[in-house]
Design a protein around this ligand. Structure first.
Ligand SMILES: Cc1ncc(COP(=O)(O)O)c(C=O)c1O
Length: 426
């Protein structure tokens, strides 16, 4: 029985991006744990098939993380010292770290001068002047789930190469005859361009299934292969798979399952990495993928609610989520604050935190990070990325929220703005 002295019950905290682990996920993991086979095996193979169906890609390979997979793709493409990889300054460090790991040079692109010209993404007009004879890979990032129009970029790239040529010293590069368009789709599985899910527009599209992502396997990733017809997708798959497993000619399942006395024998054709996916992860992923269309609708409903609720706060710029040809995967809901509010960004986030609402900031541009500043990358070269970073707050959006939670976030934001005396038209 309650009494008048009971403290007012506090609403449950709203976390930033907690994983959604339903009973079906737990059952699938238990099934694999009891099966006697927990590393890469039949479950991973089935997840790869499921993902190929979902994305429409020719073939999908799963791995231990986006970072591991995208790294071995750079190796397969022969990226090394002297090569340049064009990528945004406004991204997570993984996008550029994998380039440094290969001794190649990340060429960082600022955001467009017009804030929000294409969400938080870079545009083709910014890429073209940066293309050189050293450019081996272009790696755009679908920030927050907003997809880069990769089909159009591929056409532009082919046109550029037709008039400028392509210098290469590696057989895979020679076969492609142009820089590789490698999409960092860590945020954007399920985003669509021209009505089709991403995965077949870029040459290779790499997804992350890290714990905070829309679709998670705790850690993990997948690469959707959609190379020109001159490439045998199955052969590329086998090569990448071997790159993910020390360069071994056979994986553990092949050694274990193959009949005959010589099944254990294997070769190591090159010193590959170790970034394969386990069947435990794949079991999580398969359940999440089956549920994913429903999850995306849920995210969309939350983001629509944010859009409607924030419309009254005219100072705040809402994220780009849809245009005639594209639809976001609504991974992040990043708002931009007006300049006069920016010195109070942390205070705003703290005020929301005091109401049990977790927020985040995506992303400090790479030159703001010591590792990149020390390598000569200058924040003065990326003023628009820095401006976007200064303005950004990512509001919570995830499967366990309901629209009433979005209303709570918006109410808390209004209260915080008032509490901090920020100038507002509402
Ligand atoms: C834009 C971007 N690229 C790459 C990654 C790396 O993904 P993973 O953690 O699966 O290696 C992340 C992870 O957060 C990311 O946000």
């Amino acid at each position: 029985m309650s009494s008048s002295s009971d403290p007012t019950p506090q609403p449950a905290p709203i976390g930033f991006a907690p994983p959604f682990i339903d009973e079906a996920t737990i059952a699938a993991v238990e099934r694999v744990l009891r099966s006697g086979w927990i590393t890469t095996g039949p479950e991973t193979a089935a997840f790869e098939q499921d993902l190929a169906r979902y994305t429409g890609a020719d073939r999908v390979i799963c791995g231990g993380s986006w970072t591991g997979l995208a790294g071995v793709i750079l190796d397969w493409f022969g990226v090394g010292p002297g090569d340049e990889v064009i990528l945004p300054a406004y991204t997570y460090c993984a996008t550029a770290n994998i380039v440094l790991h290969r001794g190649a040079t990340p060429v960082l692109v600022d955001l467009p001068a017009k804030a929000g010209e294409d969400g938080f993404n870079i545009t083709w007009a910014q890429i073209e002047p940066l293309l050189t004879a050293q450019t081996k890979v272009i790696m755009p990032v679908d920030i927050g789930g907003w997809p880069v129009p990769c089909a159009a970029w591929k056409t532009n790239l082919a046109r550029w190469v037709a008039s400028h040529g392509f210098t290469c010293d590696h057989p895979v590069q020679a076969k492609l005859g142009r820089p590789l368009l490698l999409s960092d789709a860590a945020h954007s599985i399920g985003a669509t361009t021209e009505g089709a899910p991403i995965g077949k527009q870029a040459d290779i599209t790499v997804f992350s299934f890290h714990a905070v992502k829309n679709l998670t396997t705790a850690e993990g990733g997948a690469a959707a292969l959609s190379l020109p017809a001159s490439f045998d997708a199955e052969a590329v798959y086998r090569t990448l798979r071997s790159h993910c497993l020390h360069g071994q000619s056979k994986d553990a399942a092949a050694k274990f399952n193959a009949a005959g006395n010589a099944a254990w024998r294997y070769d190591v054709t090159h010193p590959g990495f170790k970034c394969n996916m386990t069947d435990i992860q794949a079991a999580m992923g398969r359940v999440a993928l089956e549920r994913y269309p429903e999850d995306l609708l849920h995210r969309r409903a939350l983001a629509d609610r944010y859009d409607a609720g924030l419309a009254a706060l005219q100072e705040i710029q809402r994220p780009q989520r849809q245009d005639q040809g594209r639809r976001s995967a609504d991974h992040l809901y990043i708002i931009r604050l007006p300049r006069v509010w920016q010195p109070h960004r942390d205070a705003l986030m703290e005020a929301l935190g005091a109401q049990g609402i977790a927020t985040n900031v995506h992303f400090p541009p790479l030159p703001l990070l010591t590792a990149y500043a020390e390598r000569g990358h200058n924040i003065g070269d990326v003023p628009h990325a820095v401006a976007a970073f200064d303005a950004a707050i990512s509001l919570p959006i995830h499967r366990q929220m309901e629209t009433a939670d979005v209303d709570r976030v918006i109410a808390a934001l209004h209260a915080a703005i008032k509490g901090l005396n920020l100038p507002s038209s509402s």
